[in-house]
Design a protein around this ligand. Sequence first.
Ligand SMILES: Nc1nc2c(c(=O)[nH]1)N(C=O)[C@@H](CNc1ccc(C(=O)N[C@@H](CCC(=O)O)C(=O)O)cc1)CN2
Ligand SMILES: Nc1nc2c(ncn2[C@@H]2O[C@H](COP(=O)(O)OP(=O)(O)OP(=O)(O)O)[C@@H](O)[C@H]2O)c(=O)[nH]1
Ligand SMILES: [Mg+2]
Length: 427
Amino acid sequence: MDTIFALATARGKAGVAVVRISGPRAWAAAEMLAGSLPVPRQAGLRRLRLAGDELDEAVVLCFAAGASFTGEEVAELHVHGAVATVAAVLRALGGIEGLRLAEPGEFTRRALENGRLDLAQVEGLSDLIEAETEAQRKQALAVLSGSVGQVVEDWRARLIRAAALLEATIDFADEEVPVDVSPEVTTLIDGVIAALRDQIARVGAAERVREGFEVAIVGRPNAGKSTLLNALAGREAAITSEIAGTTRDVIEVRMDLGGLAVTLLDTAGLRETGDVVEAIGVERALARAEQADLRIFLLDGAEVPLLLPEPGDLVVQGKADLHPGEGLTVSGKTGAGLDRLVAEVTARLQDRAAAAGVMTRERHRVAMERAFQALESARNEVLRGSDRVELASEGVRQAARALESMVGRVDVEHLLDEIFASFCIGK
Ligand SMILES: Nc1nc2c(c(=O)[nH]1)N(C=O)[C@@H](CNc1ccc(C(=O)N[C@@H](CCC(=O)O)C(=O)O)cc1)CN2
Ligand SMILES: Nc1nc2c(ncn2[C@@H]2O[C@H](COP(=O)(O)OP(=O)(O)OP(=O)(O)O)[C@@H](O)[C@H]2O)c(=O)[nH]1
Ligand SMILES: [Mg+2]
């Protein structure tokens, strides 16, 4: 097994940078530079040297094999965060026999291979590193902590028991079976089916928390959509002008609304138009608005053509400084009503986010769907009578295997490259 190393902290100038080394030669490599090592899990201040050349004064931290993030022997060099210092330390490590630079996500891949993390936890760690808002952070941390594995293990244990009960009746098929297991088996299967149905329905909300909700501002040309977007973003993200039909492309602004990641979309003003380019803009506006989680209809007196509000959408009167109206009124120009609008959007999205469950990815949904299908047919076989028990137990075991794929107990090699490709080097 190679010993790998990488900068674990972000690239570029910083107060302190951490270089991580993992593998059988990690301690030996750290000792070559530091002269001596502190006892495991205790920080020690050391001068790092290579062939008499002083590299830095660093804090060194070691973890023993079997008690580290990767499960391997690990050493960390906490050095001054200068670009040149990091470069010198990485160069020094690269010159040591048996050491090589880690690939993106390779430390985490080793943690997975050594059973320190399951596949869902790896996804949680990836999400945690990407987290920009409180809701993303909390959701990712729960997944990293093993919440998916716990739920899957509970379901799996119930299914294994159901399969064992069914198989017991196969073994005793020729003899007199003392008890009819089908009531207990159906109870077990029905319990898991209900739990699956509930969690499947919650994946969508969890995905919105993870990826961010989309909120589209729509309205007629000149309604003040781009001015409103700029006011909400706090910067001039979109061009505004008194000419109707100014915006053509969809303009995206990332925001944090009450801890939720939100992409706010400014769109072309909706109208029938002979202008070819503007017509493309209107098409794009309609397509994105239809996909969005919530639409803000910004009115300037008249109705918005070409698009109807859906339940849950917001209808807002714009240019409140010119014509004060009823209900929710805003002015992108003066800022009047913006706080209320933001509070209203936030509340609606928080309602939807509250439906998020433990499972956070399409991959989880697909696995749960497979398990669900297998259990539905297994349940039918149980109800059809004793000559179908083998099919029933096979269905239950198939469901258990589908669930296990969520945490990676069954073959998942093909997924790993994709997951780790999104990791940064040093993680
Ligand atoms: N300096 C430093 N800080 C860090 C990390 C790190 O690798 N180094 N982490 C990296 O992501 C995170 C902490 N995660 C860690 C997870 C497990 C172990 C670990 O040593 N696990 C052992 C022992 C467990 C225990 O003592 O309770 C194990 O699982 O056997 C260390 C860090 C965040 N902060
Ligand atoms: N008085 C007043 N004028 C506004 C307000 N919001 C926008 N305007 C003006 O209305 C005109 C159109 O504003 P935009 O924000 O470009 O309108 P839009 O809806 O993005 O227009 P299109 O991109 O063409 O669809 C500009 O002259 C703005 O200065 C407002 O709240 N009050
Ligand atoms: Mg505009």
